[in-house]
Design a protein around this ligand. Sequence first.
Ligand SMILES: Cc1cc2nc3c(=O)[nH]c(=O)nc-3n(C[C@H](O)[C@H](O)[C@H](O)COP(=O)(O)OP(=O)(O)OC[C@H]3O[C@@H](n4cnc5c(N)ncnc54)[C@H](O)[C@@H]3O)c2cc1C
Length: 425
Amino acid sequence: MSHWSNWSGSVEARPARVEQPRTIAELAALVQSAGKVRVVGAGHSFMPLCATDGALLSLADLEGGVTIDETASRAWVPAGCSLDKLTKLLWDKGWSLINQGDVNPQSLAGAIATGTHGTGATLGSLSTAARAFELMTHDGSIARCSPTENADLFEAQRLSLGLFGVATRIEIDILPAYHLEERLEVLPLDAIAERWNELAAENRHVEFFVFPYADLALMKILNPAPSEGEMREQKDMDDTSFRKVCETCRTFPFMTGFLQRRILPKEMKRRRVGPAYRIFPSDRTVKFEEMEYELPRNNGWPALREVIGWIRKKKLPVAFPFEFRLVAADDIWMSPFKGRDGASVSMHQYHRMAWRDIFAEAESMFRAHDGRPHWAKRHTLMTKDVHDLYPDAQRFCAVRDRMDPQAKFANAHLMELFGIETRAS
Ligand SMILES: Cc1cc2nc3c(=O)[nH]c(=O)nc-3n(C[C@H](O)[C@H](O)[C@H](O)COP(=O)(O)OP(=O)(O)OC[C@H]3O[C@@H](n4cnc5c(N)ncnc54)[C@H](O)[C@@H]3O)c2cc1C
């Protein structure tokens, strides 16, 4: 038995075997022989999506390359390819992803399976960029799905949590390579709130980070721009001093507010231009636990204000900032952005500090604002909640039942979440 844990260290598992198949034939043999299978990408999910006592498979070394259809602006990509590797490779061939999230170690399949997103009022999650999948099913055969082939499997697979099989290749929309201008600015939170709709409309990407006890926030704006040559390295946060602040908050929780009111400089404006794939991702070395709720666009600010107000009133030690982003509506069955433009509020806690009770109470506030959780981040939904929040959950479960009747690809968390019962063979 091996030991496995996720990025933050909050999920641990003892898989019977951990394998990294190199060929489709090896993968088929593993899927056929295993009782239970989960696939892991970079293990960046906070929920126990990859935990298993069966076989844990990584597709990082699976055969296959990237093929680009220049006319259609699409690429077939090996599903286990990391976003880091993929975006470099695309750049070298003159292409970029449409949008990216905060970091890039995730696998393409893992990011799409959980609805991973960046920010941008008119930009959908990575799941919306998926055009077709090749999937190894429970008997080791390959199924293809797209809007015109196995259409219901495609709809379910666009945000799948890995429940239908092992994605081996994914076709995605891409854009001709572009540069981005990044502007970082410290501003009063109230000033950002006042101009928010304008900022969202005028910029391709806008987001901000705000510590719960601070009145200033760090705003980040990205827009396409012509290249200016060599890109300057620039971090939004100095990790060494931030880690010290977190450790101080952990040892002396009563100092959290005092420290957070001083962490951002009163004035700060920075700018740089670089290739999109290098500007999008940050390097997050201070570990945290995270819950994220996707709210209807107009409920984002009231939800953020309420949760921050509650933290202040109760003097709760929350060491990390909130992150506030925008994501466009989509039509994906299990997407938290289905049918509504979203405001995405991420609540983080330093990984060495208590988070469970604080997240649980804040979660009820996000839920009261009509929020739906990010599937990869901490939430406490039960089967009934899933069906209440997602009218298409029934169709999703019906496809799962058909594709994987023995629930080979489900683990304990997903069986509970979707009320999956195994059928006798
Ligand atoms: C530091 C950090 C920053 C983050 N930033 C963002 C962000 O900006 N925006 C955002 O939306 N999220 C963000 N996340 C969440 C992260 O993007 C998701 O958890 C994503 O799923 C991680 O990708 P992964 O490759 O690590 O997937 P894993 O966590 O390894 O797996 C996720 C799911 O995908 C399934 N899966 C993986 N590969 C396959 C495959 N080949 N076939 C079938 N199923 C598969 C797994 O079984 C599992 O269900 C962040 C997480 C961390 C730790």
